[in-house]
Design a protein around this ligand. Sequence first.
Ligand code: GLU
Length: 273
Amino acid sequence: MLSFSRRVVGAVALAVALPLAATACGGGGDGGGGDTIVIGTKFDQPGLGLKNPDGTMSGFDVDVAKYVAQQLGYGEDKIEWKEAPSGQRETLIQNDQVKFIAATYSITDARKEKVAFAGPYLVTGQSLLVRENNTDITGEASLQNNKKLCSVTGSTPAQRIKDKFSGVQLQQYDTYSACIEALKNGAVDAVTTDEVILAGYAAQTPGAFKLVGGTFSEENYGIGLKKDDTELQTKINDAIVKMEKDGAWKAAWDKNLGPAGIQAPAPPQIDQT
Ligand code: GLU
């Protein structure tokens, strides 16, 4: 009896020890199994997620991610940042290449089939950015006249254009900064994505671009994480609530998005479902 239970305990201990050892050897690429945490964000979106020339990270998403990491027990020096382009976010999470993603990531039912979300921590909406001297694009309706529009592969704005505006010539790139280059050099007539993202680019090059047409969707930014990891989801939700309550949320907004000229909205209610 005794030896039987000992064998069972031994087998269980071995079964537990092996995956732990495998995780520890995985280094930084395991989504944060060791003493570091790997966080996905954008590297090219000023005001939200930006990798600066000196290697430091800045932006509202970055500050939210840092706050959350701190609450999970990881100081800034324990964070490893991984670029998370729109079209790769679900895969990065599903393959354990990141622990979580804060990257202008809209909560949608389609994405919830593959990943889970904490939040929302910010609400914005799809809009349009054109060159400052443009007069013929004033809103979504003017896009139908065969306009060349740029957005990003795997993003909700690109999907909305494909679904609703058949008269648009949609050009899809991997990043919004590539779309901004195309807008600058005249290859496209407009860039479409969330207003906060477009405002960040407009602020980066004063006098070059303008936002038009208001917003025509509701985008709820969430923090993406592994599906069914309800423990992490709850911890991240708690961190977001704390950040909103202690003033850090508003301070992060003012610091990162204030220069882009958008007033801080009220932080959204957390969706606990
Ligand atoms: N929020 C939208 C999305 O998640 C657009 C911004 C982005 O591509 O990151 O698709």
